[in-house]
Design a protein around this ligand. Structure first.
Ligand code: B12
Length: 387
């Protein structure tokens, strides 16, 4: 079969937009999801990938199947693409975070929806399609075993990267999947089997890293400081690779000096840490156990002591956030001496406990999924106004 896999982007984004943005912005995180799906696809099928951030979809081509992977914010665009292909009689399958959270909504735009992880489901779906027995939904009864998954085709990342001038080329690697913390707002741990932390064999991760053509890459794992022993073994083996990377981690890592030393020796340049808030109550209510606000400054210092930078993520709109939170957070960030920050607005993503609570409390203002990009207020905050 001829299969087209698509990663849609926001409607206003297109190649021209990227050309503009790259005049000031030089790093682009590659999408590994579709390469991953391609590597799961039995070899008798031809698979092409379109990343709409910098490529254009050819709606005139003939495909036996179109698969689309999307998030909540890109759902409207994904549905538009799906509808166009289906009008031509081409079968469409939808998957990813949003389709898994709201499969009935997704099904209105698809012949089939994969709920949760692709491993196993994708292969079964292709078999069924060939037999003319495509089912409406595919869903695994157990968490995917990521031990035996094959390598993403990193060469293709390189090809795509080379389409964009001025880009610093980086790769993406998934060593572990899931996060046991189960924070109320998190799309990862609230996903099906998302709280089950799974690890790839270290030698396999090393091979994946070695196959990345560029020197730089990012670990896409929810957090590399969940199973410290696993990560230490991985970092130990990475020391000879001569690569540089960034990773997500939790504040707990600052207590473990050997962990930090090995991270630095493995080539870690910086940690992206979800500090989330400078008020302890909202953090405790969300269930983010590793975060102790009064230790934030010490955490940053410790990571700096071992030669690595800190990118801190902060979220605005928790129920204990008054209007003064913006100024107070700004002051706290100065005090913490963080190298770089990312700020977003608390967003009740479908599938999360936060979304369910906001629905129960009648606080969702809009279900225009375009606005669920973490930069719009889509619910009524408790101690602030929305507009
Ligand atoms: C890398 C990444 C990005 C990259 C690349 C995005 C891309 N298009 O691939 C960048 C930086 C561009 C990005 C941007 C955004 N991201 Co992002 N990103 C991630 C990250 C860190 C890793 C994703 C990944 O590659 N995982 C590894 C692969 C193998 O797993 P996977 O994608 O989950 O796919 C598996 C299944 O979901 C399933 N599957 C997925 N799609 C499909 C499709 C089909 C057909 C099938 C059968 C199966 C299937 O199969 C796979 C294997 O089991 C995740 C966090 C995480 N750890 O998951 C957040 C995450 C996916 N991002 C998220 C968000 C919110 C965004 C933004 C909207 C935020 C923003 N404003 O910046 C934008 C969207 C921009 C855009 N137009 O795409 C949320 C999504 C939640 C949601 N419900 O929307 C996540 C979960 C982060 C979070 N904690 O909330 N992101």
């Amino acid at each position: 079969m001829r299969i087209l896999l698509i990663s849609p982007t926001f409607e206003e984004h297109n190649k021209k937009f990227y050309d503009e943005i790259l005049k000031t912005f030089a790093i682009n995180w590659p999408s590994i999801t579709l390469q991953y799906l391609k590597s799961l696809t039995p070899k008798q099928h031809d698979v092409e990938i379109v990343d709409e951030r910098y490529e254009t979809i050819d709606f005139e081509e003939k495909w036996d199947l179109v698969g689309i992977s999307f998030f909540t914010a890109t759902a409207p665009r994904a549905y538009e693409i799906a509808d166009r292909f289906r009008e031509k009689g081409i079968k469409v399958v939808l998957g990813g975070y949003h389709a898994s959270a709201l499969p009935d909504e997704a099904k209105q735009h698809a012949d089939s929806v994969v709920i949760g992880e692709a491993e196993g489901n994708w292969q079964n779906l292709l078999n069924d399609l060939e037999k003319g027995e495509l089912k409406d939904f595919y869903m695994s009864e157990s968490p995917a075993d990521i031990k035996n998954t094959s390598l993403p085709n990193v060469i293709e990342t390189e090809t795509v990267n080379s389409l964009i001038r001025g880009l610093i080329k980086i790769g993406g690697v998934e060593a572990t999947r899931g996060c046991p913390h189960g924070c109320e707002f998190c799309a990862i741990s609230n996903a099906r089997f998302g709280r089950i932390h799974r690890k790839k064999p270290i030698d396999q991760v090393i091979k994946e890293i070695e196959s990345i053509p560029s020197k730089y890459f990012i670990f896409y794992d929810a957090s590399m400081s969940i199973d410290l022993e696993y990560t230490k073994k991985l970092f130990n083996k990475m020391r000879s690779l001569n690569k540089k990377f960034a990773a997500f981690g939790n504040t707990n890592m600052a207590k473990y000096e050997e962990f930090l030393r090995l991270a630095n020796e493995a080539g870690c340049m910086c940690w992206q840490i979800g500090f989330e808030s400078i008020y302890q109550k909202g953090i405790d209510d969300s269930g983010k156990k590793p975060n102790i606000v009064k230790e934030y400054k010490k955490v940053v210092k410790k990571i700096h002591d071992y030669g690595m930078g800190v990118i801190g993520s902060f979220v605005f709109g928790f129920d204990d956030h008054p209007k003064s939170v913006f100024k107070e957070t700004y002051d706290a960030i100065q005090e913490m001496n963080i190298d770089s920050i990312g700020t977003t607005i608390l967003t009740p993503l479908p599938g999360t406990r936060l979304f369910n609570r906001m629905e129960r409390e009648n606080r969702i203002i809009t279900k225009d999924w375009r606005k669920y990009d973490l930069f719009h207020v889509v619910f009524k905050p408790k101690l602030m106004s929305a507009g």
